[in-house]
Write a protein that binds this ligand. Structure first.
Ligand code: NAD
Length: 482
């Protein structure tokens, strides 16, 4: 680590070193240092919030007409597109995702800014039906300083999903990226500034969640926290928020059920199930990590699935052909290995994977093989707890009733998948399964115009969609006497 090359962070619009410890970020494929920076500390966080509040009051951003803010957000989208290859490469280095995936994430971030620019243009006050000698209106106001706390698995996409609607609504934003993946968040803040978002309206505070996140959540000037991350962290934030009656939105963990019915198109389903669990190295909140296959086709399906998993190209994220990169850190890989060992102790059999890949290509990074375990029930801990890695638990099911009971038997309810050629059965299953998103004969498809979020321990509130902008605004009803 060379302190002279440390990156500056954004504290209330001022690019400077944090007052916290100097630390390095590493490339998960090789363990090599990518960048080093001084983390923000509690004092930096307080300062950023105060400066954000001043910027909200004085920069004029909130007072600009929605179509004027929209123009700036359109420019953000355009700059992201102009710099897309550079950003995709940086995202690859930041968290080790294959380049094909990081290109898609960068494109989706540009699309998110474009969508919320358009949504901003359509913000309007509405006249509500009158019940007396007055005219009633419903208007929305920005909240002031809002916070976006994001995880490491798809930083550019998570950041865009919060920054774009929060800025469109007229707020100042404190962005707290995961400690290990701050690089894209810093770049996005630079791009927003270049596009014309006033100084101070965005701060980026890399460093420890327990320090920075805590100051953010408790601070009286922070009016909303939009959080994406683990369920236990989300619950901790929600408890603090309750004391100050602060609204929160929570995009949390998952243990999504994929259901392959007897009449499914098997080739299609095999490809979809593999993509659902092993893309993003399984480090995805919506990973289809519990698989239920109809008993009569179970063995045939598993043979094809195992062959598909073994054929996946695991390796160098920079290669165009790579389908699965490394895990984020050595520690995370150890956690996954403990889960796999626990599955075996619980009586599970490893159908494929369950080891680190061997060979010189894999020696320096945090690689793991695509893993499928069977012989367990839905009650097993590895079928109930989020592993956040490339580990699939496969189980046969007998009938629709037991299938739905098992699919819904989870504290999580983020997403689900149904594979069937029978429209009516797929409809029945899709309606009966409890989840924020259900994919039928597809998986992990996303549209920014469609709301996203979880039930139960998977979260609170919805992001995306035109309505996504309103979570960053307060609603006001006005009565005009006539
Ligand atoms: P995490 O909860 O450890 O961290 C998420 C963010 O919270 C980080 O920026 C972290 O620094 C910060 N943080 C940590 N402690 C905090 C505190 N006390 N107060 C405030 N902030 C704090 O999660 P992670 O390991 O970075 O991410 C993995 C988790 O994220 C998984 O559970 C995954 O399912 C979930 N996730 C959910 C979605 C979704 O949309 N539902 C999307 C991506 C990831």
């Amino acid at each position: 680590m060379d302190a002279a090359s440390a990156l500056k962070i954004n504290i209330g619009g001022h690019w400077r070193y944090g007052r916290g410890d100097l630390y390095a970020t590493t490339y998960p494929a090789t363990g090599e240092e990518v960048a080093c920076l001084y983390a923000a500390n509690a004092q930096d966080t307080e300062e950023a919030i105060e400066l954000a509040h001043q910027a909200f009051l004085t920069s004029g951003w909130a007072q600009r007409l929605p179509h004027e803010r929209a123009q700036v957000l359109h420019r953000v989208a355009a700059i992201i597109r102009e710099r897309s290859e550079e950003l995709a490469q940086l995202q690859r280095q930041d968290n080790g995702k294959p380049i094909s995936e990081t290109r898609a994430l960068v494109a989706s971030a540009a699309g998110t800014f474009q969508f919320f620019a358009a949504a901003c243009e359509t913000l309007e006050e509405t006249i509500t039906p009158s019940r007396g000698p007055y005219v009633t209106m419903s208007v929305h106001e920005p909240m002031g300083v809002v916070a976006a706390i994001t995880p490491w698995n798809s930083p550019i996409a998570s950041d865009a999903q919060k920054l774009a609607p929060a800025l469109a609504a007229g707020n100042a934003v404190i962005l707290k990226p995961a400690e290990v993946t701050p690089l894209l968040s810093l770049e996005i803040a630079r791009i927003c500034e270049e596009a014309g978002v006033p100084k101070g309206m965005i701060s980026v505070l890399p460093g420890k969640g327990s320090v920075i996140g805590d100051v953010i959540t408790r601070h009286p000037l922070v009016k909303r926290v939009s959080f994406t991350g683990g369920t236990s962290t989300g619950k901790h934030i929600a408890r603090i928020a309750a004391d100050k009656m602060m609204p929160v939105s929570m995009e949390l963990g998952g243990k999504s059920a994929t259901m392959v019915l007897e009449d499914a198109d098997l080739d299609h389903a095999v490809a979809g199930v593999l993509y659902g669990i092993f893309s993003s190295t399984g480090e995805s909140c919506i990973a289809g990590s519990r698989l239920f296959v109809a008993e009569p086709i179970y063995e045939e399906f598993m043979e094809r699935l195992v062959a598909g998993a073994q054929a996946l190209r695991v390796g160098d994220p920079a290669s165009e052909n790579t389908q699965m990169g490394p895990l984020i850190t050595a520690r995370h890989r150890e956690g996954i290995e403990r889960y796999v060992a626990m599955g075996v102790e619980e009586g599970g059999q490893i159908r494929t994977g369950g080891i680190r890949p061997s060979g010189s290509d894999y020696e320096r990074g945090w690689f793991y093989t695509p893993t499928i375990i069977e012989g367990l029930t839905n009650q097993a801990r590895i079928a109930q707890e989020e592993i956040f890695g490339p580990v699939l638990v496969a189980m046969p099911f007998k009938d629709e009733t037991s299938l739905i009971e098992q699919a819904n038997d989870s504290v999580y309810a983020l997403a689900a998948g149904v594979w069937s050629r029978d429209f009516k059965r797929a409809w029945r299953m899709g309606r009966a399964v409890q989840a924020g998103t259900v994919w039928v004969n597809t998986y992990k498809q996303f549209s920014i115009s469609t709301p996203f979020g979880g039930w139960r321990d998977s979260g609170l509130g919805r992001e995306k969609g035109r309505e996504g902008i309103f979570q960053y605004m307060e609603q006001k009803s006005m009565y005009w006497g006539t």
